[in-house]
Write a protein that binds this ligand. Structure first.
Ligand code: ADP
Length: 278
C-alpha cells in the first residue's frame, strides 16, 4: 500500500476534500485500487451527534456508520463504497485508548499522547494490500482542520513516525493552501502558502505536492516563487482555481499533470489514462 496524506494550510474550506477525491479519481482511472480515509481532530466520537447546520450533513456508509460529509465526495468521485474504517475521529482514538487503560492493557505504564495516542492513530491507517500481487493500493488520507491546530498535532506526529517507518517513497504529502488574489493591485500573494509550509516543516514534515486554491490561475512566476520558498519542484505546484462545478477539479488537475507528479513521487508507474478523463 502507498499513502497520500492530504493536509491543509492557511484556512479550512479551500478544497482539501475535493482535491483528495480528485486525486483518488485520477489514480483509480489509472487502474490503481483506491481506499480513502478522513481523520478528524474533533473529540466527538462520530459526527452523528453534531449539528448539521454547523457541520454539514452526516454521511452514512453502507455498513451504517455515521461519518463526515467528505465521505460522500470520496464515494462519488471514486465510484467506490467505503465503510467505517474510512472515518476516524480523535474522539474514537481517545475513547479506545482510555478503554484500554481502564482494562489494564498498558500494564502500569503512564499513558501518553506519544506513544499511546499516536500508535492508536497509526493502527487506523488502512493496510490491506490487494490479493493481486501486481496491483498496488493507494490509500488517500485527509486530515481535517489545518496544520498548526492544537488538536490535530497527534495526527501530524503519527504521520511523521509512519513515513519514517514505511520509507519516504511510500508516503507523500499533498498540501492544499490558499493563494489570495488582491484585486486592487491585481496580485496573487504567496506568503500564506510559505507560512503554511513552514508550519508543516516545524512538525517534521515536508510537502511533496502543493495544490493552491486561488480565484485565478497561477502564472509561472508565482509557481516558481512557491517552488523556491516551499522547497518543492515547480512542476509539483498546482492550481485549483475556482470552477463552476467541483466535478471539473479532477480535469484541471489532470491537465496540469498532478497524477504524473504523484506517481513519480511514490515510485509508481503512470498507466495509460482512458479518454474520458483527458
Ligand atoms: P476542505 O476539505 O478544505 O474543508 P472542501 O474540499 O470540503 O474543503 O471544499 C470546500 C468547498 O469548496 C466545497 O463546498 C466545495 O464544493 C468547494 N470547492 C472546492 N474546490 C473548488 C473549486 N476548485 N471551485 C469551486 N468550488 C470548489
Amino acid at each position: 500500500v502507498k499513502y497520500i496524506f492530504v493536509v491543509g494550510g492557511v484556512i479550512s474550506g479551500i478544497g482539501k476534500g475535493i482535491t483528495g477525491s480528485s486525486i483518488g479519481m485520477l489514480m483509480k482511472s489509472r487502474g490503481y485500487d483506491v481506499f480513502m480515509q478522513k481523520l478528524d481532530p474533533y473529540l466527538n466520537v462520530d459526527p452523528g451527534t453534531m449539528n448539521p447546520i454547523q457541520h454539514g450533513e452526516v454521511y452514512v456508509t453502507e455498513d451504517g456508520f455515521e461519518t463526515d460529509l467528505d465521505l460522500g465526495h470520496y464515494e462519488r468521485f471514486t465510484d467506490t463504497a467505503f465503510d467505517r474504517r474510512s472515518s476516524v475521529t480523535m474522539g474514537q482514538i481517545y475513547s479506545t485508548v482510555l478503554a484500554k487503560e481502564r482494562h489494564g492493557d498498558f500494564q502500569g505504564h503512564t499513558v501518553q499522547v506519544i506513544p499511546h495516542i499516536t500508535n492508536e492513530i497509526k493502527s487506523r491507517f488502512f493496510r490491506e494490500a490487494t490479493p493481486n500481487p501486481n496491483k498496488t493500493t493507494i490509500c488517500i488520507i485527509e486530515i481535517g482542520g489545518t496544520i498548526g491546530d492544537i488538536e490535530s498535532q497527534p495526527f501530524f506526529e503519527a504521520i511523521r513516525q509512519f513515513k519514517h517507518e514505511i520509507g519516504y517513497q511510500n508516503a507523500i504529502i499533498v498540501c492544499t493552501t490558499l493563494v489570495p488574489y488582491i484585486k486592487a493591485s491585481g496580485e496573487l500573494k504567496t506568503k500564506p502558502t510559505q507560512q503554511a509550509i513552514r508550519t508543516l516543516q516545524s512538525v517534521g514534515l515536508r510537502a511533496d505536492i502543493i495544490a493552491c486554491r486561488s480565484e485565478v490561475a497561477l502564472d509561472d512566476e508565482i509557481r516558481d516563487k512557491i517552488s523556491l520558498f516551499c522547497d518543492v519542484p515547480s512542476n509539483h505546484v498546482f492550481d485549483n482555481a475556482d470552477v463552476p462545478t467541483v466535478y471539473e477539479v479532477p480535469l484541471i488537475l489532470e491537465k496540469q499533470g498532478i497524477a504524473k507528479a504523484i506517481l513519480e513521487s511514490l515510485g509508481l508507474q503512470d498507466n495509460v489514462v482512458p479518454n474520458h478523463v483527458r
